[in-house]
Design a protein around this ligand. Structure first.
Ligand code: OGA
Ligand code: NI
Length: 367
């Protein structure tokens, strides 16, 4: 039954998307440069409660820290760390991964290249701007109407895996080693995601192949975020509350400014990045695959009043032929709690909707 509903929505969203193709997407960075950040246009102003909410500051435990090197030990020696990973996935949906295998020079190269890219003159960045009806490039995502609120951020979004999905015209050729650095980073991070997924499958009592087979030729995209400072930081949002649509996201904190918050027990909880760690989170597809055993977690990014913030998220999804629905191996003795749709339509619907917490995933739920 869920199927008809979703395809009707898809048709509606495609019509809407045609309408929005002409919507101009201003660069917040350029706007700030031109007008000064004290002057916040109404499209960016949020009601006070939307920005602050209850922020759980001091006294709370850090999100779990998982040691990648210990996960790679032989089966009989990695048990303890695997169990901690299982707990982190069940109870937090977020963790920080230390001792990961991305070489230092690649991490530092990514940070430098992303910072340098956003420092380029506006006309140069525009060479890589999103085109009508497309997601990739420099600009903004989830802009579906004239009157919706906008995030206080610019971004560059690129498909990175499989390599043949790359659209190099959107890949900046300056700074000069942007492309080679992103290529190395993409490969290294994909390897980590695949390895984490293998351990997670094992932790769920699945054969590794159940997830791995769906990730042969799996899709990876990288989103680089630039959040300009805002003198009225308490009136704007850098990244609206959302859960990621993918299986697993790996986030690199690019400069020292914090801003990521996760929703936990009804309040917002700031993530304090550990030096050198990657922040990992469960996405909607993982929640659907596991019929809710591991859940995607709502998160958002707030803006700093004085300093710019930069981050980069690598999203990992199954290959485009994989069906998105609860895994049969996990639903032998229970009802399926989510609809089953093909991957392409799942993604199309996701990007056709304004981000609003976990409302997209709610529409995937069977009553
Ligand atoms: C994202 C995201 C948060 C951040 O790109 O999906 O949630 O810290 N980013 O910028
Ligand atoms: Ni996210």
């Amino acid at each position: 039954e869920g199927k008809t509903e979703l395809s009707e929505e898809l048709v509606a969203s495609q019509e809407q998307q045609q309408d929005m193709e002409s919507l101009p997407v201003p660069s917040v960075q350029a706007m700030v440069a031109a007008t000064g950040e004290a002057d916040v246009p109404p499209r960016y102003l949020r009601p006070a409660e939307a920005v602050t909410g209850i922020v759980n500051g001091e006294g709370e435990a850090q999100i779990p820290i998982i040691d990648y090197r210990r996960l790679l030990l032989e089966l009989d020696r990695r048990g303890e760390e695997s169990a901690r990973l299982h707990q982190a996935c069940q109870e937090w949906g977020f963790f920080q991964l230390i001792n990961h295998s991305v070489p230092d020079d690649v991490v530092e190269g990514m940070k430098a290249n992303i910072q340098q890219f956003f420092q380029l003159p506006a006309e140069t960045k525009k060479l890589f701007a999103q085109e009508r009806g497309q997601l990739e490039g420099y600009g903004q995502l989830f802009v579906v109407s004239e009157d919706q609120k906008l995030d206080w951020a610019d971004m560059l979004y690129l498909y990175t895996q499989p390599p043949e999905s790359r659209n190099t015209k959107f890949w900046p050729d300056q700074p000069v080693n942007f492309r080679s650095t992103l290529d190395r980073y993409s490969g290294a991070v994909k390897e980590i995601a695949d390895s984490l997924l293998a351990t997670m499958a094992e932790n769920l009592g699945l054969k590794q192949e159940v997830i791995a087979d769906r990730c042969v030729g799996g899709v990876q995209s990288v989103r680089m975020n630039y959040y300009p400072p805002c003198a009225q930081a308490d009136k704007v949002i850098g990244f609206s509350p959302h859960s990621d649509a993918d299986l697993l996201t790996l986030v690199l904190q690019v400069n020292h400014v914090q801003g990521l918050q996760i929703k936990r027990n009804g309040s917002w909880f700031p993530v304090r990045p550990v030096e050198g760690a990657l922040i990992v989170n469960i996405g909607d597809i993982f929640e659907i695959f596991t019929n809710g055993r591991y859940r995607s977690i709502e998160h958002r990014a707030v803006v700093d009043p004085k300093e710019e913030r930069l981050s980069s998220a690598a999203f990992h999804s199954p290959n485009i032929d994989a069906t998105i629905g609860p895994l049969k191996e996990l639903t032998a003795d229970e009802d399926e709690a989510y609809k089953t749709v093909d991957h392409e339509n799942f993604m199309r619907l996701f990007f056709a909707t304004k981000l609003e917490g976990k409302s997209f995933l709610d529409r995937m739920k069977l009553k």
